[in-house]
Design a protein around this ligand. Structure first.
Ligand code: NAD
Ligand code: DAU
Length: 334
């Protein structure tokens, strides 16, 4: 089986490639990534030269590059992780989110139709459902209406609608998964957990937005990868699957946990201006995925957070290269 993983040099995409190579060693896996600021070619270097792995530098918005790739590889499936993924950046520069997340997805869908690809899987997010009140126990289900808040989530919701439209109109065999906040190894240090770890280790203050009471539903990245693998192989075309671990934590409590793990004085926590349009709470109901495909999370938050901190402590050179910018020039040419 040949699988193209778009956005494979990013956080979840690279974890998914490592997962595939470990669990399906006979598969051919092709990473297709534009290497934006978030793409890190160094992450995938351990696979260079391994049989059944190829890296291609390319843009999902470029129909010629995508067409060439599909002609060369004749893949059985495409898993689309490629996206602009950071909410704060979407507030400052929404245009690139519209381009990559919507037009890029449309380009991939057209290419899948043209080449008769047997499965297109779209990696989506719980943010397409908007947010939930802080003092409720309501969960997002797959039937919750889309109510995006940020340019990022609106672009992801638009992409989901396109994916569903290609299923209904053209019968393209698609699936969509919507997960909560991922954490684990190789996450770019702009997202809450790696940002706080890196700032803590550098002796800086820890900026918490607003009053820190916003809640996120955390998912260990390897549990997410296992869910995508299951959906890819056993999911029903046309279906959407929520992927959540019921690990709801307030931001301030999470940052305090990190202070404790890293033996950092909580006085380093600084409350800063809130994010515009800041979503209050996310919480996912993943009952469908459990009932239909037998998926359950294996890693609870305490364990996953400790593993993540350990990883950042052991891989300082990985994030130092990002802070200095050296990761951009470490591998020229793709
Ligand atoms: P990331 O920002 O770490 O990685 C994105 C990758 O996409 C990068 O390698 C980047 O170079 C690549 N990319 C960007 N634009 C591209 C383009 N035009 N063509 C080809 N490649 C391009 O993101 P992530 O956190 O790994 O998220 C991956 C996917 O999962 C995204 O679609 C995101 O919306 C979704 N998601 C993320 C989370 C999370 O918590 N991180 C949760 C739910 C869903
Ligand atoms: O829920 C899934 C989404 O999770 C994904 O679709 C996105 O791609 C991913 O970036 C993430 O979005 P969030 O906005 O929830 O993640 P972020 O790490 O940016 O922020 C998590 C929470 O922490 C959020 O409430 C904002 C807050 N925060 C974030 C940063 C960067 C802070 O308080 N301080 C910070 O410095």
């Amino acid at each position: 089986m040949t699988i193209i993983v778009t956005g494979g040099a990013g956080f979840i995409g690279s974890n998914f490639i490592f997962y595939l190579k470990k669990n399906h060693p006979d598969y051919r896996v092709v990473a297709f990534d534009a290497l934006t600021y978030a793409g890190n070619r160094m992450t995938l270097m351990p696979l260079d030269g391994c049989e059944g792995f190829r890296f291609v530098c390319g843009d999902i918005c470029d129909p010629y590059a995508v067409d060439r790739l599909l002609n060369e590889e004749k893949p059985d499936a495409i898993v689309n992780f490629a996206a602009e993924s950071h909410v704060d950046r979407s507030i400052d520069t929404p245009d690139v989110f519209v381009k990559t997340n919507i037009l890029g997805t449309a380009t991939l869908l057209d290419a899948c139709l043209k080449h008769g690809i047997a499965r297109f899987h779209q990696i989506s997010t719980d943010e397409v459902y908007g947010d939930l009140p802080l003092d409720s126990s309501t969960l997002f289900t797959e039937d919750t209406p889309l109510r995006a808040s940020s340019p990022y989530s609106a672009s992801k919701a638009s992409a989901d609608l396109l994916v569903q439209a290609y299923y209904r109109t053209y019968g393209l065999p698609v699936t969509i998964s919507r997960s909560g906040n991922n954490y684990g190894a190789y996450q770019f240090p702009e997202k809450l957990i790696p940002l706080m770890i890196v700032k803590a280790l550098k002796g800086e203050t820890l900026p918490v937005y607003g009053d820190g009471k916003n809640v996120r539903d955390w998912l260990y990245v390897e549990d997410h990868c296992r869910a995508i693998d299951l959906i890819l192989h056993h999911g029903t075309p046309g279906e959407i699957y929520n992927v959540g671990a019921h690990q709801e934590i307030r931001n301030i409590d999470l940052v305090r946990m990190l202070c404790q793990i890293l033996a950092i004085d909580e006085a380093r926590i600084t409350f800063v201006a809130d994010r515009k349009g800041h979503d209050l709470r996310y919480a996912l109901d993943a009952a469908k995925l459990t009932a239909q495909l037998g998926w359950k999370p294996k890693t609870m938050f305490d364990t996953g957070l400790q593993k993540t901190v350990d990883w950042y402590l052991r891989h300082r050179s990985w994030w130092d290269a990002i802070l200095t910018g050296a990761y951009r020039t470490a591998y020229e040419g793709g």
